[in-house]
Design a protein. Structure first.
Length: 184
């Protein structure tokens, strides 16, 4: 049985949109090392369409570092009802029966969701997230797409690891309290 891990760069006010514009000043070698640790656990990647489009435009031309090499080699699933083609190596579109298909994927392998705030909200509603890994930058933007829902059902999480990274990011690993019983 696998697990589904959500990971993202966020601000103190929960913004995850365009982290390349605001997270760089807090990024360090320790951030890269931490991301490598999280990524090493994953068998496949699940992305929303907007994140997929950005990743597919950037990562295929990169190689020679562990993150780029793993991103490019691993199976990728993009959740979209509008995308007609997914040309990035090893990419598959999931367009219908999304909760069932994601549940089946999670049953057989470790899945990482990178960013993809709209998709994450859907996965949370369906109780499909087993772990959250957030890299929180000490900045407040005051605008932008939020990573986690601002309204709706309450989700109680338990912090299982916290690490202050060189550069100033706070790495948090959290598990939904309900997911703890699934692991037992």
């Amino acid at each position: 049985m696998g697990k589904l891990t959500v990971t993202a760069f966020t601000t103190l006010d929960n913004v995850a949109e365009e982290p390349q514009l605001w997270s760089g000043q807090f990024f360090s070698d320790a951030t890269g090392t931490f991301n490598n640790e999280v990524l090493a656990e994953a068998d496949s990647m699940l992305l929303g369409r907007v994140t997929y489009d950005g990743f597919a435009a950037a990562w295929p031309s990169q190689s020679g570092d562990p993150i780029a090499d793993k991103f490019n080699a691993m199976p990728k699933y993009v959740v979209s009802t509008t995308l007609e083609r997914a040309d990035w190596n090893n990419s598959t579109i999931i367009a219908e029966d999304i909760p069932r298909r994601v549940r089946a994927l999670r049953e057989r392998e470790n899945v990482i969701v990178w960013g993809s705030p709209t998709l994450v909200k859907t996965l949370m509603e369906e109780n499909l997230v087993d772990e959250y890994v957030l890299l929180v930058s000490p900045i407040v933007l005051g605008h932008g797409k939020k990573m986690l829902p601002e309204h709706g059902t309450q989700h109680t999480l338990r912090i299982i690891e916290q690490r202050l990274l060189e550069g100033g990011m706070l790495a948090l690993r959290m598990m939904p309290v309900a997911a703890e019983s699934r692991e037992s």
